[in-house]
Ligand binder design. Structure first.
Ligand SMILES: *Cc1c(COP(=O)(O)O)cnc(C)c1O
Length: 354
């Protein structure tokens, strides 16, 4: 009735494509994009390690060789558990740096910096603009001094994750060149530069972020990338069965078993996610099968709110109650960002293809 299908083979293939395209760059998977244990496991092995942002994500890290800790409000429990796994901590603030120093144990860190002048197109810019992330560049001197004072802290370099869903490779190349030059201009010996994720996926069209077009800056320093979306979006499909078809004030609505409590991204971002129809020919209800032809339809879910909409105005040549709608590119920020408990409907099934 409603299900997600995660194809681990696609996720692994994306990881190996990225590793081939970015030869000497360390590739981590940002677990927050899809924390299904099977997906995390597959990518922990196919990539060089994981970027985890909570104690829950850390618990999934299993055999991951390398782990970095992210997130703007790390608890002491999370920090301790991460350090016990030899994780590198991406430090988000001076307070957090104090908190790590107070643990009184060896810690390898990078400083996440919100630079004064970094800019990059794409949604969700997180640097060069006011945000809750990172250390303001104006406080960087203080952070470096604090790290140096502590005998336990090993400051490896910087974490400069800057953007989400960027489809413009040239802009990303400029960002990387600028970030690496910036890092080398800082008054520390830089051994690691984490350039973050943000490689884009086009949900409504066919633009692609091609990693073979990426120009990796020349440097002796280890470079790290940590994409989430690009690795797993295409490895997931979401399927929902049409329960009803109705006309309201001149518009057709298809209402599905499922909706934004399973797949919130279109509602969160305010776009229309396209679907394909998987025809189901069997029909054993004791009434005529509702069917529409050659019309545009909005797809709404089973929640009691008018915002529960996945698609607006997609043309269908035929759609019947009982047919299934298939949503591609739903493997990232799909189930994981959705409000599952709202209305307490049953969860979708999860099918793992391995
Ligand atoms: C979310 C996030 C990522 C992954 O971002 P994508 O847009 O999914 O590639 C990487 N690093 C950090 C610190 C993040 O917060």
């Amino acid at each position: 009735m409603a299900r997600y299908v995660y194809d681990l083979r696609i996720a692994r293939e994306r990881a190996s494509t990225l590793k081939r395209a970015l030869k000497d760059v360390t590739v981590l998977y940002a677990v927050k994009a899809n924390g299904h244990p099977a997906v995390v496991d597959a990518l922990a092995q196919a990539c060089d390690g994981l970027d985890v942002a909570s104690i829950g994500e850390l618990a999934l890290a299993g055999k991951a060789q390398r782990i970095v800790l992210s997130g703007p409000a790390k608890t002491e429990e999370f920090l301790r558990a991460g350090l016990a796994r030899q994780a590198v901590v991406n430090v988000e603030s001076l307070t957090e740096l104090h908190r790590i120093i107070a643990l009184n144990q060896p810690a390898r860190i990078t400083l996440r910096v919100n630079r004064s002048h970094a800019k990059l197109p794409g949604s969700h810019a997180m640097t060069g603009t006011p945000t809750q992330f990172g250390i303001d560049e104006s406080q960087l001197g203080e952070a470096i001094a604090l790290a140096r004072e502590s005998e336990h802290i090993d400051l490896l370099g910087f974490h400069l994750h800057a953007v989400s869903n960027n489809l413009d490779v040239n802009a990303h190349n400029e960002f990387m060149a600028d970030a690496v030059a910036w890092a080398h201009a800082q008054p520390i010996e830089v051994r690691q530069i984490n350039l973050g994720g943000g490689f884009g996926v086009d949900y409504t069209g066919s633009r692609a972020f091609d990693p073979y077009q990426m120009k990796i800056p020349k440097t002796q320093t280890e470079l790290i990338v940590e994409p989430g979306r690009w690795l797993v979006a295409g490895a997931g499909t979401y399927h929902a069965t049409v329960m009803d078809l109705k006309r309201s004030h001149g518009r057709w609505f298809a209402i599905v078993r499922g909706g934004t409590h399973h797949f919130r991204l279109p509602a969160a971002w305010g776009y229309s996610h396209p679907f394909t129809i998987v025809p189901h020919d069997e029909w054993d209800e004791p009434f005529a099968r509702p069917t529409i032809r050659d019309v545009e339809v909005d797809v709404a879910g089973e929640l009691c709110t008018p915002r529960d909409v996945l698609t607006r105005g997609q043309f269908v040549s035929r759609l019947r109650v009982g047919d299934e709608l298939r949503y591609e590119k739903t493997g990232a920020y799909g189930w994981d960002i959705s409000h599952h408990q709202f209305l307490r409907h049953p969860s979708p099934q999860f099918v793992i293809l391995s």
